[in-house]
Write a new protein. Sequence first.
Length: 392
Amino acid sequence: MKQQSEHLSNAQIEQYGKRASGAGPETKAWVEQHLDDCSSCRSRVLDFQRTRFALFPDSKVNKVSTSDCPSEDDLRNLAAGLYPDPKAAQLKAHAATCGRCGPLLQEYMEDFSDESSPEEQAFLNQLRTASPEFRQQKAREMLEREMLKKNRVTPEPAPATDWRKFFSWKWILIPATAAVAVIVVGFLYLQRDTPERAQKLLAQASTERRNLEMRFPGAAHSNYKQTLSGDSESLLNSPDSLRQAANLIDSQLKKNPDEPHWLLLSARLNLLDWRYKPALAILDKIEDTKVIGSPEMRMTRALALYEQAQWEPERKDQSYGEIINLMGKTLQETPNDPTALFNRALACEKIHAYECAAADFRHLVEHEVGTGWGAEASDHLKKIEEKKTSDH
C-alpha cells in the first residue's frame, strides 16, 4: 500500500515506457492506475517517450504561438462545437492561415468527430494541415510507429466501456511530440465526465427540443415551441442528450454536492424543463465568487428570470429589468456576444422598450447573416416596427 502513495520511480517509468515483460500483473495494474490518477507521472512517461522515440516536430510546422493565436482551450472548444457563429468564424479564419493553430485545430476536429460533414471537411482542407509538408510529417510518424510495433507485442484493443484498459494501452501508441501529447490529454479530458461535456449535451438537448424563446448557451438555432412546466413530454420521450446530461450531472453532484460548476449545470438542466424555482435556489447556493461573477452565472440567472416572468406576471417588469441589467454587464465585456444580445433584446421587447430591442436585434442581423438566429432576429425587428406603427 505504501507504493500507491508515491510517484513512479525513474526505473518504473522506463520499464513501463518500454513495456518490458518482466513486470508482474500486479505491478502493471498499479502503474496503470497510478498513471490514470497522476498527471505528474503521465508527463514523465511522455517525456521518456519523446526522448526515446525522437519524434520531434518537423521544422516546417510552426508550434510557437503568436500574440494573435487563440489559446488551445479556444481551439478545443471550437472543435467541440461550443462557440457561437461569430466567434467560431473568427477562430476558423485565423486557423486557416496559421501554421500553429491549423494543425492543432485539425487534430481536435478529427478527435471529436468520427465522420466530418461536407462543410467541416471543406474547412479542414483549407487548414495548413492539408499541405504536403504536413502530410509528409504524418507519414513519417506513422512509419516510425509501425517500426516500433514490429519490436513489441501490440495490445488488443479493449472495449470502449473499459476505461482503465483503454487508458493504459493508449500510452504506448501516442506520438511523443509535445503538441500531440496536449491533444491526447485535452481529448480525454473532454471525453470524460467534465462540465464541458455536460454543457454540450444540454445545448444539444435545447436544440432538439427548444421550449425557451430565449437563446440557450451553445444551442444551435431551431424552431421555438412553448412548453411550460407540467406540459413537458415524458422523460422517455425527451432527447437522449438530455437524459445523458441529467445522469452525468447527478453522478457528479453525488460525489461533490457543492461543486459550483456542476451546480450551475444542474440549474440549467432544471430550466430546460421550466423548473425555474429550483434553478434559482441552486444558483443562490453557489458561493464561489469566481462563478458568481461569471458570464455563465449571469446567463443562467437571466434564463431563470425569464421563466419566472412568464409564470408570475406581477413580477415581470422586475424580472425583465434584471435580465436587461445582467446581459448588459456581459455585453460590456463582450459587445458581440450573440446570446446576450438576443436575450437582452427579447427582454426589452417584452417590456415595450422597442428602441433597446431594435438596436440589439439589428446588431444580431448584421453579425449573423444567413443564420437561423439572424433570421429570427429579423422577424422580431419587423414585428417591432409594426408595433411602433400601431402605437402611433
